[in-house]
Design a protein around this ligand. Structure first.
Ligand code: SF4
Ligand code: SF4
Length: 123
């Protein structure tokens, strides 16, 4: 098993420094891999990264929601989307993304495609 970073990730970089096995990496190029990713072969499922994410983007793989209900104001961030997002991250650095879409309150999205994307990134 592993933890998974889903498309709710907005590259805040709050999680990578707390991982004891350093298995969280930013996607590159971000037009193809726009979020951060967890190496499923290295993650030890300690859960330390989960509370560090301000966007609640990280889940144990088997608890990744198939029907995540948006509160409103969140963004999803994945290949193919064209929405602009920018904000300062955990370290005060500007993050600019062009692969987002704002979610409306009550909208339901399947976050499980992120499981495959995480695995693909490390292949
Ligand atoms: S803390 Fe959350 S938003 Fe930031 S890089 Fe990690 S998973 Fe992505
Ligand atoms: S669950 Fe633990 S080992 Fe896995 S990515 Fe998060 S901090 Fe790293």
């Amino acid at each position: 098993m592993t933890h998974v970073i889903t498309s709710l990730c907005l590259r805040d970089n709050g999680c990578s420094s707390v991982c004891p096995v350093e298995c969280i990496q930013p996607g590159e190029a971000d037009s193809q891999y726009p979020t951060y990713y967890i190496d499923p072969g290295t993650c030890i499922d300690c859960g330390a990264c989960v509370p560090e994410c301000p966007f609640h983007a990280i889940f144990p793989e088997d608890e990744t929601p198939t029907a995540y209900k948006a509160k409103g104001g969140e963004f999803i961030n994945q290949v193919g989307l064209t929405g602009h997002y920018e904000a300062n991250n955990h370290n005060g650095e500007l993050v600019v993304l062009e692969t987002t879409r704002a979610l409306t309150a009550g909208e339901v999205v399947d976050l499980t495609p992120s499981i495959k994307v995480n695995a693909s990134f490390f292949r």
